[in-house]
Design a protein around this ligand. Sequence first.
Ligand code: ADP
Ligand code: ADP
Length: 227
Amino acid sequence: MVEINLNHINKKYSGNDTNSVTDFNLKIADGEFIVFVGPSGCGKSTTLRMIAGLEDISDGEFKMGDRVMNKVAPKDRDISMVFQNYALYPHMTVFDNMAFGLNIRKNDKQDTKKRVDAAAEILGLSEYLDRKPSSLSGGQRQRVALGRAIVRDAKLFLLDEPLSNLDAKLRVQMRTEIAQLHQRLGRNFIYVTHDQVEAMTMADRIVIMNDGKIQQVGKPTELYNHP
Ligand code: ADP
Ligand code: ADP
């Protein structure tokens, strides 16, 4: 059980004159599926990367439960991230790609196998564990990236435009799969997209961003159903 608190977060990249994220303030309840939506360059990825610890927070506080996360190393955060370009290792098998986060944490081999097999089963990848990513379709690669995220029992899952490299039909199918995965895991998901339909169909709450700021926050019906 964890509540996430993003308290007046700011980001200014060194060399930039202006903030990329300004006064981002949001409380996320346990198990919520949050979607960040907004035009390209509005600060969605930057916010996600600060939560993952891949970028420093310039100002403000990020907490998971009572724990202040600002200075915690990425691998010590209970957070798994899925990237737009899948970020799979081409020379590794599907199994090793999925096991990666566990291996770098020196997880017990037998437990790792159990977890990877279970994730592969959920994602329909059991037959592909010995393959290299290059021999898989786009949808399968995306499932491997999801698998790598879920083998670790993270409290928070970050997904940065995970479907934008897939064709329209597959995107709709994967949307449903990700929603089901969220139901199944019961964890917090933060999902970044510039696709409003994706936001509406997947989110418990949508955060609309513009120019580095939160413009509106609400349930899909509250935000888009006005006449
Ligand atoms: P989005 O994910 O919504 O497309 P980003 O978070 O990638 O937006 O970018 C927000 C702003 O921060 C943009 O103006 C972008 O140019 C800037 N930005 C992103 N990454 C960097 C970086 N590494 N260095 C400097 N500026 C950056
Ligand atoms: P996982 O995604 O397997 O749960 P993490 O996201 O915690 O693992 O990543 C652990 C470390 O490995 C981080 O420092 C991350 O930047 C790095 N990493 C993960 N995937 C890749 C990749 N495809 N290429 C380079 N570095 C990666």
